[in-house]
Ligand binder design. Sequence first.
Ligand code: SF4
Length: 455
Amino acid sequence: MNVLLINPWIYDFAAFDLWAKPLGLLYIADALRKAGCKVSLIDCLDRKHPGLDFRKDEDFGCGQYYREEIEKPLALRHIPRKYKRYGIPVRLFENELEGKDPDIVLVSSGMTYWYPGAFKAIEVLKRKFRGVPVLLGGVYATICEEHARKYSGAEVFPGGDIFKIAEKVFKLAGKDFNLSPKGSLRDNLSAPVSAGARPRPDGYRGGQSLTPAYDLYPEPEYAAIRTSWGCPFRCTYCAAGLLAKNFSQREPLSVANEIEFFFKKGIKDFAFYDDALLFNAGNHIAVILKELLKRKINCGLHTPNGLHARYVSEGIAELMRRADFIQPRLSLETSSEKRQKETGAKVTNKEFEKAVKDLYGAGYKQGETGAYVMMGMPGQDLDEVRDSIIFASDLGVKVFLSEYSPIPGTRDWQDNKFEFNDPLLHNNSIFPLYGVKDWGKLQQLKDLARDLNKK
Ligand code: SF4
């Protein structure tokens, strides 16, 4: 059975490739291949696509996407910024489809407000492959299931259970699903390498254990890795608990094996997609890092999702430094102690200060650590954001401002009685404006963070 996987474009005011890979789709690719399917991938966000002559690379595999300005949808007409499609040109996408003969197409989706990218892909796919089932999954399809069912034109498959998705693929194609062993994703990711395992096309000998299919990329520069699913916390603004109900961690050695495998394939940068990478640190990340050091895997490790300051200790900071965590980013969000408590109590200012001290003790210099600070939370005034920026910056930490985005199903959504019928209005580039109504003031805060970071 031929399965075509699509990672669609981003439609937004701004986007940057900060180690962004469709990890769920790459796991599905592996599950389907192990069940006997022939799988191909078109990643509209692959900056190294051979048909693209646009290259704006930055450090550690990150970089700018090719982009084209497009007409703003009605809901965003009032926003004084250019709206763009990020990723390969549509023409290149259509060329890629030539000669393909899929039995089924799976389209992933990311941020809720990026849905026009998935819709565009579905529209092109339906025109090209008449009668072929097109399935839409991923974050948007899970969080805005009703909207997706109503408007996407695809069959919507919410939730992140890779085996259920694989089973569905087989059912749609009228075939029996035969992947063994079944069981939880965690079991499958942690399954030991068996002596008689059949090698994958890229040589990975993981038995039936799953590993993301990076060999589907002609030139993978970095790899996204997950060592756990879900988060033990329930912050009022966060979707982690909606996307994975329970928290589970992989067996640490299976993570080290996976990193070593891709490292030997030439990938030198790895981004952890975990929501709680440092939780249970002594039995988890510490074991992984010691193993990487023992095996002399000299790669760059990155934490685009932010780390829990609470779990940074002297020992963990030292391991992070030795294993080459590059600019570890801590999640601060706000220095308002009241709001820290009200939104989930994942960090206190004292814990943050202690974490920064431990990182300095391990050898990081000023500016070599980062902190996420949130802007535009419901009820948050700009003074609070300013204070938070200054609090982190005074500790010598580089500030990364993240703009608030309301997410259906979170406690914030319920408490604030948000009613945005169109997910376009969840966009973090515009949401902070609703409270402040002054673009200039938001820009001043961005300038402040930028100036302090330069110092
Ligand atoms: S700790 Fe982080 S990942 Fe976990 S719920 Fe809070 S914001 Fe989300």
